[in-house]
Structure formats: C-alpha cells, structure tokens
Design a protein around this ligand. Structure first.
Ligand code: HEM
Ligand SMILES: *[C@@H]1O[C@H](CO)[C@@H](O)[C@H](O)[C@H]1NC(C)=O
Ligand SMILES: *[C@@H]1O[C@H](CO)[C@@H](O)[C@H](O)[C@H]1NC(C)=O
Ligand SMILES: *[C@@H]1O[C@H](CO)[C@@H](O)[C@H](O)[C@H]1NC(C)=O
Ligand SMILES: CC(=O)N[C@H]1CO[C@H](CO)[C@@H](O)[C@@H]1O
Length: 373
C-alpha cells in the first residue's frame, strides 16, 4: 500500500515539474515541495511559480490557482486595509478567548476539503431545504467560531459592500488566529476566492477523513484534493492546538476491538490519563473534552510531533502518521519547530487554494456569510 502511495506522490511531483518547466506559468496544485521539505522559517516565496512576463506590475503577485498573492482588493476596496481589519477583529476575539484560534483554523480546513475553499461550510440550513447542509454533517457539529466570521463580514460590508468574499475572510481569519501568539503574519494568504452557492452534508461525510482513518485513507483523501504526504503531515500539526470531544476517541479508549479494550498503540500511562479524563462517575462520558496537545493546547508549536513519537497521538489518524516510512521521517523532522512552521505555512497556502472559485462567472460574493444572495 505505502509503496503504491509513494510512487503516485512521486509521479505527481514529476508531473508538476514538467508542467512548470513546460510552460513556466502554470500554477501547480501543491507548490513545489513534493518530497523536499523546507527548513527556513516562513519563506514560501520560492515555492510559488514565478511569473515570467516582462511587465513589472505589483498587482500581479505570484498566482496560485487563480488567486493573487498581492493586492487583490486594492482596486475594488480602495483606501481600506482589508487584511488589517480581519486581523484586528480576529486578534481582539482570540485575545479574549484563546480557544477560538483552533476553531477558526478548523473552519478553514473543513471548508476547503468540501467543495473547495468557498465558504460553503458557513451556510445555515434554510427551512425549505430538502437536504442537510455541510454544517449539519456529523464531523462538523462541534465547530464554532462562526460569530467571528460574521463580525468581520459585517465590518467589511460597511467599508466595501459586496466586495470581500466570505471564503477569503475564512482563509485570513484562520491565518490570523494562528498568528496571534506570534504577533505577526505567519504566512501570506493569496486572495480572490468567491463564495459557493451549494452546501451538502453528504459531501462532508465522504471528503473529510475521520479520527479513525488509517494512513492509506488519509493519503487518499488528501491526494484527491491535490495535497501530498508533506501536506498531510504538516497540516496534521494543526492538532497542536485545540480540543477534542471524548466521544471521538471513546472506542479507542474503552472498546477498541469490541472487547472492552484500549488501542495498544497508545502509550499505556497516557491512555490511563485519557481514560480518566473521559470518564464521569466511573462511566465513559462522550461529552467530556480533552486537550489535543496536553498542557499546550493554546500554543502553536512542535509538541504535536513530539507527542506522536511518544505514542501520545490523540486520534488513530495522528498515530497513523508513523505507519508510513516517509511520513514517519517527517514526523521526526517536524519535531524541529522551525521546520514545522515553515512547512505548515506552505501547506496552508496549498490547502487554501484547493478547488477555489475565482472567475466572475463562478459563485458570488455573499452579502451575509450564512446565506446565499
Ligand atoms: C488529517 C486528518 C484530520 C482528521 C481525521 C481530523 C479530525 C479531527 C477531530 C475528530 C477533531 C475533534 C473535534 C471535536 O471533537 O470537537 C479535530 C479537531 C481539530 N482539527 Fe482536525 N482533523 C484532521 C486534519 C486537520 C487539519 C488539516 C486541520 C487544519 C489545518 C485541523 C484542525 C483542527 C483543529 C484546530 C482542531 C481543534 C478544534 C477545537 O479546538 O475546537 N485538522 N480534528
Ligand atoms: C484502511 O482503512 C480502509 C477503510 O476502512 C480499509 O479498507 C483498508 O483495508 C485499511 N488499510 C490498511 C492498510 O489497513
Ligand atoms: C463494545 O463493542 C461491541 C462490539 O461492537 C459491542 O457489542 C459492545 O456493546 C460494546 N461495549 C460497550 C460498553 O459499548
Ligand atoms: C500536565 O500538567 C499537569 C500539572 O502540571 C501534570 O500533572 C501532567 O503530568 C501534565 N501532563 C502532561 C501530559 O505533560
Ligand atoms: C456533538 C456531536 O454530536 N458531536 C459528534 C461530532 O462528530 C463526532 C465524530 O464524527 C461524533 O463522535 C460526535 O459525537
């Protein structure tokens, strides 16, 4: 299994290489990092294909999937610093409630994996809807943080009505939520996403991996979206912040093979800590919560990888990163905080460009993030 997967990753990497050489101007799905990993902090410039036109125009940053690296809203929303507004509202909220950073990051991930980063996740169910929307899908029920997106949107509608998409706001707020603790932007967010008009719960169930996914399944679901093994390992590092509900791991802790047992791949003493936290009155209690990265669930750092190597990954999907040899090498590599942050930044740009709507004839700019126009 693993060797088929790595062969296909290599193949995709080679294919991209020839595309870039061939046309010099094609945006590739996942940057150029392929099997290389970056060790310099935060610099993702060398990862995006450069323009080779002879005109020099600062409106034209590097493009990725039709998104603009620079100045996307400069003409449509003149004299307004869109990014600054998103940042200040996000930082105000995250400053008051540090757990929101994780919520905003997870919203962006869920949005992007289902129909691309088009804010479809934000749509509320309407009364005459026959089918459920993404928000109602089981994996999404514990997402919150939508109010922060609404606050940003309301403010931007006052500044420049009908201009800044909810999908761009989600991508920026995810970056700014993570960036708050560093007090600087941890990566550049290419802009120009448009908002989708469709949201289906059924797609959230098929496109999002589950906490019990094995490596083959994780890689299959990431590859389908144009993300590779480096992206998978780097983005999983998002679990360095935030919480999980005990319900998600109760089988793993209390009934792994149906015989009242615990997943033997969890370090035994840590398994006891988790079981204690996930129990109330001597009974498994699925509503309890645990920190994903014990004692460090607010700090965006390399602890996730140290935990995994100590067999203290919370989900099977986290532990699974050790079951593929290349992935296991990366887990070791990302114990270095700078290597992690640099690769996380790149992979967030890749994830944020998945299946985006960018042409005028695609999607719309919503007036309210919870409803289509
Ligand atoms: C690799 C496959 C992934 C799986 C199977 C997975 C699964 C989960 C699950 C089950 C939870 C717990 C939700 C709860 O109980 O409330 C969670 C939380 C979280 N996930 Fe993931 N996730 C994955 C990848 C990602 C990615 C790529 C990101 C972002 C880049 C991300 C960001 C987060 C964050 C920040 C939280 C904490 C949310 C909070 O504190 O409320 N996850 N994830
Ligand atoms: C991974 O999980 C899938 C889906 O549950 C299953 O079909 C497959 O056999 C598993 N692969 C391995 C290597 O365990
Ligand atoms: C454990 O799993 C088995 C098999 O799925 C099931 O029959 C049993 O009821 C479960 N036990 C508990 C306590 O949930
Ligand atoms: C977290 O902190 C508590 C209290 O300081 C300590 O007892 C516990 O061992 C720590 N947990 C981990 C996993 O480091
Ligand atoms: C509140 C709630 O129902 N949360 C569910 C979210 O999804 C996970 C896994 O898909 C369930 O185990 C939770 O119970």
């Amino acid at each position: 299994m693993a060797s088929i997967a790595s062969t296909s990753v290599l193949f995709v990497t080679l294919l991209q290489y020839f595309l870039v050489i061939g046309t010099l101007n094609i945006s590739v799905c996942n940057g150029d990092h392929g099997k290389k990993i970056s060790t310099n902090n935060g610099d993702q410039h060398h990862s995006s294909p450069k323009h080779h036109g002879d005109k020099i125009d600062d409106d034209e940053g590097d493009d990725i999937h039709g998104l603009k690296m620079k100045n996307f809203y400069r003409k449509s929303c003149p004299n307004v610093d869109v990014e600054k507004i998103v940042e200040s509202i996000t930082w105000k909220n995250v400053g008051a409630n540090p757990s929101l950073g994780a919520k905003l990051l997870r919203i962006h991930y869920h949005d992007c994996f289902v129909r691309g980063c088009d804010a479809s996740l934000l749509l509320d169910p309407t009364t005459n809807e026959a089918t459920q929307v993404e928000k109602e899908a089981r994996p999404n029920l514990s997402l919150t943080g939508y109010e922060v997106i609404d606050e940003i949107k309301t403010r931007l509608e006052q500044e420049c009505p009908g201009t800044v998409s909810c999908a761009d706001i989600v991508a920026l707020a995810a970056r700014d939520g993570v960036s708050f603790q560093f007090q600087k932007q941890m990566w550049k967010v290419p802009l120009g996403r448009r908002d989708g008009r469709v949201s289906l719960a059924s797609e959230a169930l098929t496109d999002l991996p589950s906490a019990s996914s094995n490596f083959t399944t994780l890689l299959r679901l990431f590859s389908r979206k144009g993300l590779d093994k480096v992206d998978l390992v780097a983005l999983s590092g998002a679990h360095t912040i935030g919480i999980a509900h005990c319900g998600v791991i109760s089988r793993r802790l209390f009934n792994f093979t149906g015989k009242g047992d615990t997943d033997p791949s969890i370090e035994p003493a840590y398994a006891e800590i988790l079981k204690a936290k996930c129990t109330t009155n001597n009974k498994p209690s699925s509503g309890n919560i645990i920190e994903m990265d014990p004692n460090s669930s607010i700090a965006f750092d390399n602890h996730y990888y140290i935990n995994i190597n100590e067999k203290k990954g919370v989900f099977q999907s986290d532990a699974a990163l050790l079951t593929d040899s290349f992935s296991a090498t990366l887990v070791k590599e990302f114990e270095n905080g700078n290597a992690f942050l640099a690769n996380f930044a790149k992979s967030m740009v890749n994830m944020g460009a998945m299946e985006v709507l960018t042409r005028e004839d695609q999607g719309e700019i919503r007036k309210q993030c919870r409803f289509v126009n």
